[in-house]
Design a protein around this ligand. Structure first.
Ligand code: SF4
Ligand code: SF4
Length: 404
């Protein structure tokens, strides 16, 4: 059976066609959002505020109008993100997203505040990224997922995702917003590296205490003989100790090939949906500003295809598949990275996600030689295999009346 995906084009003729004011709320209405929530419900909108240097994240106006729509139904909106990797203060490296205080400063610079949203802003995994709930799953790599803990405070979640490329996942949409965006700080790290976590204190630099000082839970300490000690029961798996450690091999959090990262991200997504319930999530993708760089990237390149529009569904896999297909059904932007890649034609449509730059062996490969990658398909197949949704869909275009 096919899943329904609603599609509102980015073409706009007048006020009624406003992407922010009308098409966003209408996309939610089409998937039955109004039947799913009741007056006084608490509704959280999970989006991405963008890394510090990024300029292609979703404009705040899209989210503000969703907040207004939720209020018009008598419910209470909040706008959420989750803490990024690493330690606060390393803004150049992590784009200023390591904890709530730091990320809300970036959000402020990017136009997301309580005033502009008309709603509170929060990190779904708590102020330091330590708030999570373990969800058991039967994943390809993971048996347990660290689902962002503050989700339990809300009756419903709108997963408002910017659909664009991603140098490790190939593309980022609803699946990635679940699997990376709705897990704790440590859950993000684990998707990228695996659940390896070993200390080899014999490799430590003499007198170093950096991990002890940064650990927010007291899980690292020195015993009465001044030997380093890891108290596993206190650990909240934030991996900040790893981020401050300079001694090679003293802390090992693993590393995985790109394919495994994709599977682990999908395992995480499955954990989030199993925990929260798919009926409690409404999915909306904004397929605009489609660059090869994710919102988590420092800097933004120009889009490699034109804006497509807003799509919504109750099925995250069908939704992402529809967005991928619409991108692949577009001509390339003649001023984008795709023109630098050998063998691609300006005049033909192609599966563009197969060619965009990617991380290979921990290095960015601009793929000038035009080597194809099927990782976009791997993500969709993995998600379907994990029973997150259906790759077959029925695309339902919604026409907006033209006006002056
Ligand atoms: S930060 Fe690294 S080198 Fe320093 S004590 Fe901790 S594990 Fe050892
Ligand atoms: S020991 Fe655990 S809680 Fe402490 S910094 Fe490392 S991962 Fe975080």
């Amino acid at each position: 059976m096919k899943s329904d995906v609603y599609y509102l084009s980015a073409r706009t003729y007048g006020k009624k066609g406003s992407m922010a004011r009308f098409k966003g709320p209408l996309a939610l209405q089409k998937i039955g959002f109004e039947n799913k929530i009741k007056p006084n419900n608490k509704v959280v909108i999970k989006t991405h505020f963008g890394a510090l240097e990024n300029t292609r994240y979703l404009r705040p106006s899209y989210i503000r109008f969703l907040c207004d729509y939720i209020k018009s139904l008598g419910a209470y909106p909040s706008v959420a993100e989750s803490c990024g990797w690493g330690v606060p203060g390393a803004k150049g490296e992590y784009g200023g997203r390591a904890n709530e205080k730091e990320y809300l400063e970036v959000a402020l610079r990017h136009g997301f505040t309580q005033t502009t949203m008309g709603a509170p802003l929060l990190m779904l995994d708590g102020p330091e990224g330590l708030n999570y709930i373990n969800q058991k799953i039967n994943g390809k790599y993971f048996e347990e997922v660290r689902v962002a803990g503050r989700l339990k405070e809300y009756d419903h979640m709108i997963l408002a995702s910017h659909f664009k490329g991603h140098s490790s996942a190939s593309f980022g949409g609803a699946i990635k917003n679940l699997g990376i965006g709705c897990v704790s700080k440590g859950g993000k790290t684990e998707a990228h590296t695996g659940k390896t976590f070993k200390f080899n204190f014999e490799k430590c630099s003499p007198e170093c205490n950096k991990c002890i000082e940064i650990c927010p839970t007291g899980a690292l300490t020195r015993d009465k003989n001044n030997q380093l000690e890891f108290l596993e029961e206190k650990c909240r798996y934030c991996y900040m100790c790893n981020s401050v450690c300079d001694a090679e091999g003293a802390i090992d959090i693993g590393t995985v090939p790109r394919e495994q990262f994709i599977y682990q991200m999908v395992d995480n997504a499955k954990g989030v949906v199993d925990y929260y319930g798919n009926d409690n999530i409404s999915y909306i993708n904004y397929a605009i500003d489609i660059t090869w760089k994710c919102d988590c990237s420092g800097g933004s390149d120009v889009p490699f295809v034109n804006d497509i529009g807003i799509l919504s569904s109750n099925d995250p896999v069908a939704l992402d598949q529809a967005c991928v297909d619409l991108v692949h059904d577009s001509l390339m932007n003649p001023y984008s990275i795709l023109t630098e890649i050998k063998g691609l034609s300006l005049n033909e449509k192609d599966d563009w996600f197969s060619y965009i730059p990617r991380f290979d062996k921990n290095e960015l490969n601009l793929n000038i030689e035009g080597v194809k990658s099927n990782h976009w398909e791997l993500q969709l197949k993995a998600a379907e295999d994990m029973k997150l949704g259906n790759r077959k869909y029925h695309l339902i275009p919604i026409e907006i009346e033209k006006e002056d």
